[in-house]
Design a protein around this ligand. Sequence first.
Ligand SMILES: Cc1ncc(COP(=O)(O)O)c(C=O)c1O
Length: 370
Amino acid sequence: MAVIPLTRPILGDDEQAAVAAVLASGYLVQGPQVAEFERLVAAHVGVAHAVAVTNCTAALHLSLLALGVGEGDLVIVTPYSWVATANVIELCGATPVFIDIDPATFNLNVALLDQYLTESPEAARVKAIMPVHTFGNPAGICELIDVAQHHGIAVVEDAACAIGAVERGRAAGSFGAIGCFSFHPRKIITTGEGGMLVTDDPWIAGFARGYRNHGQESVDGMVEFVMPGGNLRITEMQGAIGVIQMRRLAGLVESRGTLSARYDSLVTPLGYTPQHRSPGAAVQSYVVLSPEHLSAASVIAHLRANDVEATIGTNAIPFTRYYREQYQLSDRDLPATAMVRDRAITLPLFPGMAEAEQDRVVEVLATVLQ
Ligand SMILES: Cc1ncc(COP(=O)(O)O)c(C=O)c1O
């Protein structure tokens, strides 16, 4: 029996033709295709500026640098994410403050955030808040922005998985001072590797454009280097793929939504609990909690043994080795994160997935219970 893969990027003849055209043009790095990709993302998100960079990790790092985050600063972050979300804080010399997640949405718990900012003597050192739209789910972002504004703290949205997601009519990535997207092959649209920083702030956009290109700027028509920067440019091949992928975005989000709703109706009666998603979620990964008496590890092993690719949800960052040794947080400090660490399972989801494939995944899930 063929293995049902966890994911499958949707790339077709249009992407192939677009890349071939770039190769024929001989213009390979950060040219008109990248500019068009940026224009399409900015228009979709509803922001003034979009700056393409090598990946979302670079976009998040750049965001913190743009906000002046450095040594001695605290940055509030979700403990349940790809480890990049916390790593960029460490790379700036700042310290992450992990606030537990909501056990249903898997997003940062806004009530706990408000409590920390109101009660902690260290709150004055908090320079930024980095919430994640976990698996493309923007639930709670409006309340989080209200709390952040009340306390006067900038928000960087880690929208790595959330291109195409909306909350109360606004796109994920447009709520905070900065939003960051990933175009890794496991995301909703892909350029191979790739990331994008979006913002309405012209200074932040200018800083990001300068930083991604060695601090280079045009001054009176001459090249000048106005600050130290790096090389975070993407290629025209990536830009050209991104342009086509943006045209596919609405259809991809819709298809993922339909498949996810079908999964919900099939797995819930078996005792699995799907992530609580808001109606505007763009489902990047379909994640369920195992029934209480079953560990995610045992369910995943059973799925894999039956030719269904499955994996954990994402990382419980404070319990990975570096963060465990550095901050020594226990399950009691972050009970919802610890619970989700032990019970979250990502099931196969990709546009074009056949109902028969979904049914097989569900059948295997059912047999774990027997
Ligand atoms: C929530 C989150 N943040 C950041 C990243 C990093 O994105 P990239 O691989 O584009 O650097 C990922 C990638 O998996 C992610 O899921």
